[in-house]
Design a protein around this ligand. Sequence first.
Ligand code: MIC
Length: 647
Amino acid sequence: MRHTPRNVTQKLIASHLISGDMTPGAAIGLKIDQTLTQDATGTMVMLELEAMALDRVKTEVSAQYVDHNLIQEDNKNPDDHRFLQTSAERLGVWFSRPGNGVSHPTHQQRFGKPGKTLLGSDSHTPAAGSLGMLAIGAGGIDVAMAMAGEPFHTRMPEVWGVRLEGRLPDWVSAKDVILEMLRRHGVSGGVGRIIEYYGPGLAHLSAMDRHVIANMGAELGATTSVFPSDAAVKAFLTAEGRGEDWHELLPDDGCSYDRHETIDLSQLEPLIATPSSPGNVVPVREVAGEPLSQAYVGSSANPGYRDFAIVAAMLKDRTIDDNVSLEINPTSRSILETLTRDGHLLSLLGAGARLHQAGCNGCIGMGQAPANDTNSLRTVPRNFPGRSGTREDRVYLCSPETAAASALKGVITDPRTLGMAYPQVREPEDPIINTRTLIAPMEASKARKVHLIKGPNIESLPDFEPLEAQLDLPILVKAGDDVSTDEIMPAGGEVLPYRSNIPRIAEFSFRGVVDGYAERARETGDHIVIGGENYGQGSSREHAAIAPRYLGMRVVIAKSFARIHHQNLVNFGVLPLTFSDGDDYDALEVDTRIGFDKLQEALEAGGPVTAQVDGRTLTLEHALTPRQVEILFSGGLIAWMRNQKAA
Ligand code: MIC
């Protein structure tokens, strides 16, 4: 029998489909082969697994990375590192020690495998799509479930085929390709979609170039991005000493996509996202001449050897501007060692760059905050307000070429105007592979004897009551469009150390939206939050759902939701609803009360939900699956799991 030709995404989904069918919008369950957790979200995952009493992970590979909370100002972060290490030992999980590297490039180097699924408690997990994987970011508890062998539940996305043609000109690199997608489609253009890249232009993009593009597909709100597994993937895995893990995975001839797009790479120019959204993209030449105080190179959005080596080649025997601090943040120990071997580190240091340890660092505001009232140019994926650690920050997102040119000149500079020959830099064929700080899973009988070491800042997960069918609650917060989880639950050096302590981190909830939320929530009790379009975009941090829930948030009504945050709300028993008529948003104010009756029946029926506001009826919609409705009325996913087991 002849099969209908399939694209790569359909092949990946079909080979992992446990429930549902591949019609866009249908509820599906996917088998998960690998998981990735990082420290800032991983402590919750390990606490959740403790609450579920998991004995040993059921996946092919589960890896725990320590890459976010690296600054050890007091005991909190190092205590979390020890908790994570003992949890990894206990559960049979790989443990990547602090300083070994950022999860995404490290996972690609050590575990990435064409044809596999990966679920990660980090919204940039899709980076592994660069190797022909189906890699999805999710809230910690969804990842915990996958580690326990449960399928991942989501809705079948549309597949958006992006045909790449031509070849990038000098001074234009992979970052400019994804910035072009963001220029065209903005921060919610990918919601409900998987972006699949194909076409002749791929021949000139290495696996790490593809990582850059797939990583920042998260900024479009896409479920993930997928590349085929071809010669570039083979070359990457072979160089990493894992040639045997490669197999070809290409779209079938004649396959189709739900949506189409073409990018002629040869027509692209250096682009930059201006403050404070990855969607504010303009050509660099339009903002050239603006002064900067900081240029920042690194992060999972530009993690490859090439991304540092090109900066080094541009800076060799030159000096950075006196008013610019150039921050070099290597993304993995192996890449740092290879850059050292090849002399690039000397060029960077010689030019005046500051070298930091391998990790996420300033990308999530863990150090390297920029000076007030100054511009910071970064190769990182996000520039949401205040994310850098400086409240009134002005962060731009750009390629390593643009960051280096600007560091040399002291003003934002289109690298094409430097008058320099474009350095020819390639990914090395013989990178240094150092796995000494990547600890293999402990053997099961030994693992069972491991005791978890919990520092005094680590608090168990709070229990939440089920949603009630009748509610009458006031609105406590009214947020605008595109509010990110960075604004709902900030990152940064002050807040991140409380990621394993919900009561404490809850104090910072909604800090980027309103002042005094925690205090008012404690006075008010249960309440409602109103949001605009694309509510909860950005990071997968489930703290942005758990912490306000802890303070009484029971319902969020928005114009639309970002995928991961919508799911995180449900997982912790918060009801997400959308307006049938967007104009109703304008009529609702803080302190207005909204009443719901027979909520369970209405949600189970699947149609609109009506509510009472000041004697009139408000019509709302929901996109919940029957399983999600059950989760809400069980008090969240953990309680639902327990009930399932008991039944
Ligand atoms: C981010 O870019 O915001 C992060 C760091 O990758 C986060 C993780 C976190 O909040 O811990 C993410 O996207 O999930």
